[in-house]
Design a protein around this ligand. Sequence first.
Ligand SMILES: Nc1ncnc2c1ncn2[C@@H]1O[C@H](COP(=O)(O)OP(=O)(O)OP(=O)(O)O)[C@@H](O)[C@H]1O
Ligand SMILES: [Mg+2]
Length: 367
Amino acid sequence: MPPDAFALDTSAQLVIQTVMGGAGTLLGPLLGAAIWLYLYEGLQALGDIGPYWKLILGVVFVILVTVFRHGVAGGILEFVRRWRKDNRRAVSGAAPARVVATLDVMPSEPHAQQGMPVLQARRISKHYGGLKAASDIDFTLREGELHGVIGPNGAGKSTFFSMLAGELDATSGQVLLRGQDITGVGVTAVCQLGMSKSYQINQLFEQLTVRENVRIAVLARRRGPYRSDLLRSLRSDALDGQVDAAIALVNLGSQADTRVAEMPYGEKRRLEIGLALATGANVLLLDEPLAGLSPEERVSVVALLRSIRGGRSMVIVEHDMDAMFELAERITVLYEGRKLTEGTPDEIRKDPAVQAAYLGGMDDEPA
Ligand SMILES: Nc1ncnc2c1ncn2[C@@H]1O[C@H](COP(=O)(O)OP(=O)(O)OP(=O)(O)O)[C@@H](O)[C@H]1O
Ligand SMILES: [Mg+2]
């Protein structure tokens, strides 16, 4: 690399070329460099404009970045996206609605029976120096069960969840998925074994469309962390069917070609659940799926959670007690990093320790 590659002028030109072509796209910087160098050389060769070539170059740059907010490549992609969306609309308006494939869910173990342990944590802990975010938590999720995890802010729910999902290494303890030790195997391996997690704070690709986000989730299970056939087309009918089915399940069919950044928050939460579903996982960990939703959106997401229960076992962390008491068969209460208690919604409602620690003096009888 020439030493002047790090000079201010050269670095600035590289940034300008990238912005002009389209940052975040594969071909954008190349396109930007081609346009910039063509104008840079071409304008200087026009002898009669003298030193004004720089002014013209500057004006062209400003016009391009104003007209194409995501660069020239971004503008082209946006145009293609709109064109496809219009085309799909025209086709679906003219033809009878396409039958959406059903979502392919990984089958449970052949001998799995309702009530058998699916996911177990044994004395699992996470310490950050002196701070004990989670300590010696024992936990069992059973086949077909919806298990709620509740606790006040900072109780260690998300930390516990991240250890279950394999994205956070436990300080001590063990996590078993259908009897197999998955402690420390990593989130990709866990996903391929049939367990998937949705996040408390959306982890979506904002610049991609709903369909593109879901496609990535489907590929996470089918293809794993890395393949060398990077330039091979990933499209197939089976993959598209799975993508369409996941989108339909979370009721985002009309938004499939919309960029995530343009969607309201409630729809993003539904998409977050859709990503976990799209992997085909039969064990779902959902971290606060109702967080930040309006009352109407809550009703629709609770209905969604109820509708996706078939063939799946689920753990849900939630602050919304009403939703948890309504949906869950069992509830585990965490408090200051420890498991305070566990039981049926009724038992948890009536437990004086839970009321003292978390519910703040709730009546014995449910409202
Ligand atoms: N990476 C980290 N480094 C240090 N401390 C952490 C880290 N992650 C979490 N903690 C601490 O661990 C404790 C438990 O945090 P956690 O996010 O698991 O709680 P939570 O029950 O999910 O809370 P909330 O209801 O607010 O989401 C908190 O005191 C938090 O500050
Ligand atoms: Mg949390």
